[in-house]
Design a protein. Structure first.
Ligand code: AMP
Ligand code: GLY
Length: 436
C-alpha cells in the first residue's frame, strides 16, 4: 500500500512514523512534511492547501490511501475532491467538517442531539451580541468566532466588559476575518479538560485511549493559549466508566445526528471536553487527530493504524478486532521557539537530536523544522514534540524531559510540568450523572 499524509506538523510526523511500521505499507509520502518526516518518509513539496496538485500527485503515484492531518484542507473540501477522482481518503467531507469549521453548526447539532454542552446563544453580528451581553446579568461567558481561526477565535471572559471587548475584536475589528461573520456566546464552564478521540466510519465508533492536552503557554496553565504545549495518555481523569459514558452520551449521539443531517461523518471525531461537576460536556469538536495528542496516542497504539484507517474508508470498522494499546503511559513535551505563541524567529540550527533519539522509548517528532544545507533548523513556533513511554506517567515524564535536556537551539523553551495534572486524578473521580 502507498500512503500520502497531508500536513507538516508533529501530528503528521507521528502519522507517517506509525503508518510506515505497517507490514502492508510499501511507501509513505508526506506533503509538504518537515525535516522529521523527510527521514521517515518521502516529502513532496506540495502545500496542504493545494488540493488540485495533491490530487494530481496521488493519481500519478497511484496512492492507495490519503490521510489528512489538519482541519483547513478538510474544511476546504479535500475529501470531496479526492473522492470525486475515485481516490481513497480518510477524513470527513466538507459538509461533515462543519462540525469543527462552524461552531454555530456544531452547537445546534449538539442541542438537537441532546449532547451535554455549555448553554449558548448565536448572533449574526456585533449589534445583537452587544445588546445581549449588555441586557443580561454580568456573568463569565466565552465569546467565539464561528469559523476556523487556528484556535485563536475563542475568548474566555470574566465579566461583561471583557465580553464586549471580545465581541468587538471578532465582529467589529474582524481580527479573525470571515470566521467572525457569526458569533457564539457560551456559558463559561469550569473543570479540567480532556481529549477523547474516536475513529469512525459513520456506523462504528472506535474510541481511542483518553488524552490530555496543555493549551496555555506556561507552567501551571498560565499565559496565552497555544496550539498545545504537551500531551499525555492515558488520562486518569477519564477512567473506563467515564469513557464509556462519553461514548454513549456524546460520541454515539453525535455520529447519529450527523447521519440524520445528511452529513455522515467518516474520520477522527475529537471531542474537546470539560469535566464539570455535572459530568463531561463538549467544548468543541475537531474533525482530525489532535496535535500534540496524536503523538503520545500513536506511541502507545500497537494495532496497525494503516489497517484501521483503510477499514474506515471501506465502512468496515465493525469487522476489526479491538485496538491494542501499550499499557505504558506516553508523555509528549513540546519544545517551542522564543516568542511563541506570538512573533518568533526561525532558522536556528537544532543540536542534540541524534543523542536524544538514542534514548530507549523516546521518539522526537518534528513539528516546525526544515532542512537547510543538511542541517535541521527551526521553522515554526512549535518545533518538536519530544515523546517518551514509561511504566507510569511520572516515569514517562522523566524520560521525555531527559531527552528534552539533550536538545538545544537558540531560544528553545518548553513547559516543565507536562502531565503533572494527571497525578491529582490517580486518586479521586467526580461522579457521573445518571440521566441521559
Ligand atoms: P474551543 O476551540 O472551543 O475548544 O476553545 C478553546 C479553549 O477555550 C478550550 O480548550 C477551553 O480552554 C476554552 N473554552 C472554550 N469554551 C469554553 C467554555 N464554554 N467554558 C470555559 N472554557 C471554554
Ligand atoms: N491539541 C488541540 C488541537 O489539536 O486542536
Amino acid at each position: 500500500m502507498k500512503i500520502l499524509v497531508v500536513g507538516s506538523g508533529g501530528r503528521e510526523h507521528a502519522l507517517a512514523w506509525k503508518l510506515r511500521q505497517s507490514p502492508r505499507v510499501k511507501q509513505v509520502f508526506v506533503a509538504p512534511g518537515n525535516a522529521g518526516t523527510a527521514s521517515e518518509a518521502a516529502n513532496v513539496s506540495i502545500s496542504a492547501s493545494d488540493i488540485p496538485r495533491l490530487v494530481q500527485f496521488a493519481r500519478h503515484e497511484r496512492i492507495d490511501l490519503i490521510v489528512v492531518g489538519p482541519e483547513a484542507p478538510l474544511a476546504a473540501g479535500i475529501v470531496d475532491a479526492f473522492q470525486a477522482e475515485g481516490l481513497r481518503i480518510f477524513g470527513p467531507t466538507r459538509a461533515a467538517a462543519d462540525l469543527e469549521a462552524s461552531k454555530v453548526f456544531c452547537k445546534h447539532l449538539l442541542r438537537k442531539a441532546n449532547v451535554p454542552t455549555a448553554e449558548f446563544w448565536t448572533f449574526l453580528g456585533a449589534e445583537d451580541a452587544l445588546k445581549f451581553v449588555s441586557g443580561r446579568e454580568d456573568m463569565p461567558v466565552v465569546v467565539k468566532a464561528d469559523g476556523l481561526a487556528a484556535g485563536k477565535g475563542v475568548i474566555v471572559c470574566d465579566n461583561r466588559e471583557e465580553a464586549i471587548a471580545a465581541i468587538k475584536r471578532i465582529a467589529v475589528e474582524r481580527q479573525f476575518g470571515a470566521a467572525g461573520d457569526r458569533l457564539v456566546i457560551e456559558e463559561r464552564l469550569h473543570g479540567e479538560e480532556a481529549s477523547v478521540l474516536a475513529i469512525t466510519d459513520g456506523r462504528t465508533i472506535v474510541t481511542l485511549s483518553p488524552a490530555q492536552d496543555h493549551k496555555p503557554a506556561y507552567d501551571g496553565d498560565q499565559g496565552p493559549n497555544t496550539g498545545g504545549m504537551g500531551a499525555y495518555s492515558p488520562a486518569p481523569l477519564v477512567d473506563d466508566a467515564t469513557l464509556h459514558w462519553i461514548e454513549e452520551h456524546i460520541l454515539v449521539p453525535t455520529v447519529h445526528a450527523m447521519n440524520r443531517e445528511g452529513r455522515p461523518f467518516l474520520g477522527v471525531l475529537y471531542a474537546g471536553l470539560m469535566m464539570t461537576h455535572q459530568g463531561p460536556k463538549v467544548l468543541e469538536f475537531n474533525v482530525r487527530f489532535g496535535d500534540p495528542e496524536c503523538q503520545p496516542l500513536l506511541m502507545r497504539l500497537r494495532t496497525d493504524l494503516a489497517e484501521v484507517l483503510e477499514a474506515a474508508t471501506y465502512n468496515r470498522l465493525e469487522s476489526l478486532e479491538p485496538l491494542e494499546w501499550d499499557p505504558r503511559a506516553a508523555v509528549c513535551v513540546v519544545m517551542a521557539s522564543r516568542g511563541y505563541p506570538d512573533e518568533y524567529q526561525t532558522g536556528f540550527p537544532i543540536r542534540g537530536l541524534e543523542q536524544a533519539e538514542q534514548l530507549p522509548d523516546v521518539k522526537v517528532f518534528h513539528a516546525g523544522t526544515t532542512l537547510k544545507d543538511g542541517q535541521v533548523v527551526t521553522a515554526g513556533g512549535r518545533v518538536l514534540g519530544v515523546t517518551a513511554l514509561g511504566d507510569t506517567i511520572p516515569q514517562a515524564k522523566l524520560h521525555a524531559y531527559t531527552a528534552v535536556r539533550m536538545i538545544r537551539w537558540e531560544g528553545a523553551w518548553c513547559r516543565k510540568d507536562i502531565s503533572d495534572k494527571a497525578l491529582r486524578h490517580l486518586v479521586s473521580q467526580p461522579p457521573l450523572p445518571q440521566t441521559s
